[in-house]
Design a protein around this ligand. Structure first.
Ligand code: 475
Length: 841
């Protein structure tokens, strides 16, 4: 480092940095060099995987230069930064994104072609980085893309799981989970073996008087696990800003303890210790919208929070500023309650290690954190048992109790007559065992709490956090409607549509300012534009049909209406409503005359998504979909009128093929249950229409694109309680058409009926919690309207184009600007053209 500290040294250093590829030949030279040397492959056995490796490394070289400069620039500027704490980052593939952001994809395409490869085949060699379950994890990935693209100084912090979300195989119609070991070759991460943090677990708390007579606590004993940093560059679009995603891996601490064992001959047990430490970051918990309270999960959470906070605090302390400046330099956003332990951890650092008073520390903590809630489903709200926290994190439990005491005293002072209130809002639930309510701790320890779509943000204020609105006032609660990155979800997933739009809008500016799409409305009647728009949709459907043929063997007609529901399988998302609707349609077709059949709109019903491995009802839904597909797809009476497909192993890279290929996509959750949804945005942005309930962001999508351009159905959130009550205590009548669907299932039409009895009985006998029966008639009627609407292709394409033109609001760039202004109070930092003079020291 020293050697290049002066200005001359800087210039010397700079002149050796890789420059942008100037020709295909230059790209080839570097790619081949990486293949031969970095990867040690001979050109005689250079397959597509090796070509991927060489290409990725050649692009990575450019990325790393911008990354280093960005980090230097941010250190030097020393302004407020954002830290996004998320247990999940569902990144997908990186190479295509790196090519887009570094530039020169065309050069690489030419170069690869000279070497005998097609760029598309090379890009698809990459293994998805699948460190997430669904919406929450993919949102974090879109946010990182927007933060970098908008030049915000921001870091992501997460865990480096050795196994991401499992791979799904469908065997005999059942989901089978296969481990996703994804790290064999990952050119996008940099192990920082010199950046480690020792993380403590278990042990006990000692209380004593210090030299000045003040009572202090210290957490002692227990065991230490080491956190090792792995850094992933996050490039922005249209800017050299390249931010950092830091993922922590766990490792046994190399203390004397191990050596003692080693020397006393306990080699095997010392290796076992090593492995036990490594299990902390071994595997992503595969539950979406569900918390199961496992001890290892709590260990993961603390391990990651403690390592990240140590890192953030260390960076702050280098600035030598007073502690009261901490919230002016640091904004930490909690992606759901999973990182809530960061709140007592920061309080512990400030009072036990830095010697601040409780109140001074607590005011810093509250100003530092913001908390985003992503679900109101009761089974997803995190609670940890007091005995478990006591055992694993004894000092944190004390601090949580003290936070609670202070909070309840504050509540009592302001609401002296309301005794019940104290019990309701206490962080500690007085159950057996007692439980710590993490969402309450997150609300109390943050300065802003936000929901992810308007309805959801309203609901949290009237349901789970109602009392807190009374205590803190409404201003503590905000809404930031979710968004998606148009780079991946328009340009990368649908390059032809992106190109068409660019040709009309005079360039790719809409990828930086998505509201520019509104100019497309001027082309809604333009014949050539409409024709091309339709051709692109058709080509995308052909691409998906080809994929379906390859993996399922079923041929589907690309001219049929493609009706798609892809998302995690969950009762509240109601894939069961969809498949019952499909059965209803099948039964109708079976009764049709040839004339009636001629008038039918042919359909392909496409499903995809993973069920949590322990979620039997969700697995039963997958099984039913596959059984219905087996029967329907083989039925000669039906032919092209209906096909039912389950796309195995839905993930980010499959979504990039699927989203551009829909005519209709399904977002049909029971009203009030889907916080936002984000795939709804992806489908519309790619020129497909929606069938949906008045739930989550569907409501704002409707407001933006107009109610003529969306197919809404079903009961409203405000009526759900009443309807549920009627199921249990009223005189409830099962929908007649749904009854016929159940009769068909019971007859064994789709195989042994016993396998599906829980699914049917949940509706017929056990209260139909998700209101499938209540919404069934309206759902089927709406699908009939869709059939009719699709017959008028001119009107249909008008709707699709209008909708695309009005989707500008749903960019994650808009979303990030709202967080920056309303919650973080951070400013972008303009990148420097050539690093920072003198900042190498
Ligand atoms: C919502 N995951 C979507 C999306 O805001 C929303 C919870 C507990 C444990 C493990 N995973 C979770 C979620 O809660 C989740 O993914 N929520 C989703 O967040 C982004 O668009 O409606 O369901």
């Amino acid at each position: 480092r020293r050697a290049f500290r002066n200005r001359r040294g800087q210039r010397e250093w700079n002149k050796y940095a890789p420059k942008p590829f100037e020709s295909a030949e230059e790209f080839e030279r570097e790619t081949v060099k990486h293949i031969e040397t970095t990867l040690a492959r001979s050109l005689y056995n250079c397959d597509e995987l090796a070509a991927y490796g060489g290409t990725a490394l050649a692009f990575r070289d450019r990325l790393v230069i911008d990354w280093n400069k960005t980090q230097q620039n941010q250190t030097f500027a020393d302004q407020k930064r954002v830290y996004y704490l998320s247990l999940e980052f569902l990144m997908g593939r990186a190479l295509d994104n790196a090519m887009l952001n570094v530039g020169h994809k065309e050069t690489a395409k030419q170069g690869l072609s000279d070497l005998g490869f097609r760029v598309e085949d090379i890009i698809t060699q990459e293994h998805d980085a699948a460190l997430g379950n669904g919406g929450l994890g993919r949102l974090a990935a879109c946010f990182l893309d927007s933060l970098a693209s908008l030049n915000y100084p921001a870091w992501g912090y997460g865990l480096r799981y050795r196994y991401g979300i499992f791979k799904q195989e469908i065997i005999d119609g059942y989901q089978v989970e296969v481990p996703d070991y994804w790290l064999d070759f990952n050119p996008w991460e940099f192990a920082r073996h010199d950046i480690t943090v020792d993380i403590q677990f278990y042990g006990h708390v000692n209380k004593y008087q210090d030299d000045e007579g003040k009572m202090v606590c210290s957490w002692e004993g227990g065991e230490i696990v080491q956190a090792v940093a792995f850094d992933v560059p996050i490039p922005g679009y249209g800017t050299p800003t390249t931010n950092n995603l830091r993922l922590w891996a766990s490792k046994a601490a190399s203390g004397e303890f191990d050596f003692q064992k080693f020397n006393s001959g306990e080699y095997e047990s010392s290796v076992a210790d090593q492995q036990r430490a490594e299990t902390i970051s071994a595997v992503l918990y595969p539950n979406d919208n569900l918390e199961r309270g496992k001890e290892l999960r709590l260990k993961q959470q603390y391990f990651w929070c403690a390592a990240s906070l140590y890192d953030i605090v260390r960076r702050f302390k280098k600035s030598k500023r007073p502690w009261k400046d901490f919230p002016n330099q640091v904004a930490i956003q909690l992606n759901d309650t999973h990182p809530t332990l960061a709140i007592p951890e920061l309080q512990r650092i400030l009072i036990d290690q830095e010697g601040l008073d409780w109140d001074e520390a607590w005011s810093i903590v509250q100003k530092t954190f913001g908390y985003t809630n992503h679900t109101v489903l009761p089974e997803a709200l995190e609670k940890w048992s007091v005995p478990l926290i006591q055992h694993l994190l004894p000092r944190h439990l004390q601090i949580i109790y003290d936070i609670n005491l202070n909070f309840l005293q504050y509540v009592e002072r302001n609401n002296p007559k309301d005794r019940d209130l104290l019990g309701r809002v206490s962080i500690i639930e007085e159950s057996n065992p007692k439980m710590v309510r993490m969402a309450y701790l997150a609300v109390i320890g943050s300065h802003k709490v936000n929901g992810v779509a308007e309805l959801h943000s309203d609901l949290i204020k009237t349901t789970i956090f109602k009392d807190f609105v009374k205590i803190y006032g409404p201003d503590k609660f905000a809404n930031v409607t979710n968004g998606i990155t148009p780079r991946r979800w328009l340009h990368q997933a649908n390059p032809r549509l992106s190109e068409l739009i660019a040709s009309k809008l005079g360039g790719y500016g809409f990828l930086k300012d998505l509201t520019l799409l509104h100019k497309l409305e001027a082309y809604v009647d333009d014949k050539d534009f409409r024709k091309e728009f339709q051709e692109i949709k058709y080509a995308n459907k052909v691409r998906l049909a080809r994929h379906i043929k390859e993996v399922t063997g079923v041929s589907v007609n690309p001219s049929a209406l493609f009706d798609i529901q892809v998302k995690r399988i969950h009762e509240y998302k109601r894939q069961q409503l969809n498949i019952f609707g499909v059965i209803h349609r099948y039964l109708a077709i079976k009764k049709m005359s040839p004339e009636e059949k001629k008038k039918m709109t042919p359909r392909v019903s496409i499903f995809g998504g993973k069920a949590a491995p322990g979620y039997w009802m969700a697995k039963t839904v997958i099984h039913l979909i596959n059984e219905v597909g087996r029967v329907v797809n083989a039925d000669k009476d039906v032919g092209d009128l209906l096909k039912v497909i389950f796309v195995e192993d839905y993930n980010v890279s499959k979504a990039e093929i699927i989203c551009p290929a829909s005519d209709i996509s399904e977002h049909i959750s029971t009203a009030g249950t889907e916080a936002s949804g984000t795939s709804n945005m992806k489908f519309v942005l790619n020129g497909g229409l929606i069938i949906g309930t008045c739930d989550g962001a569907n409501i704002e999508i409707t407001r933006e694109i107009g109610e003529n351009n969306i197919f809404l159905f079903g009961n409203l959130a405000e009526d759900v309680d009443e309807l549920r009550h009627a199921h249990l205590y009223g005189n409830f009548q099962l929908d007649k058409e749904l009854e016929s669907v159940f009769d068909a299932i019971r007859s064994g039409m789709f195989g042994d009926a016993g396998q599906f009895s829980a699914l049917v009985n949940g509706i017929v006998e056990h209260g139909d919690y998700y209101l499938v029966s209540d919404d069934f008639a309206s759902y089927c009627k709406t699908h009939d309207m869709i059939d009719e609407a699709y017959k008028d292709q001119e009107e249909w394409v008008t709707k699709c184009i209008t909708a695309v033109a009005r989707m500008g609001f749903f960019s994650s760039d808009r979303c990030i600007d709202e967080y920056a202004e309303m919650i973080w109070n951070v400013e972008p930092l303009q990148p420097k053209a050539d690093g920072v003079d003198g900042a190498n020291g």
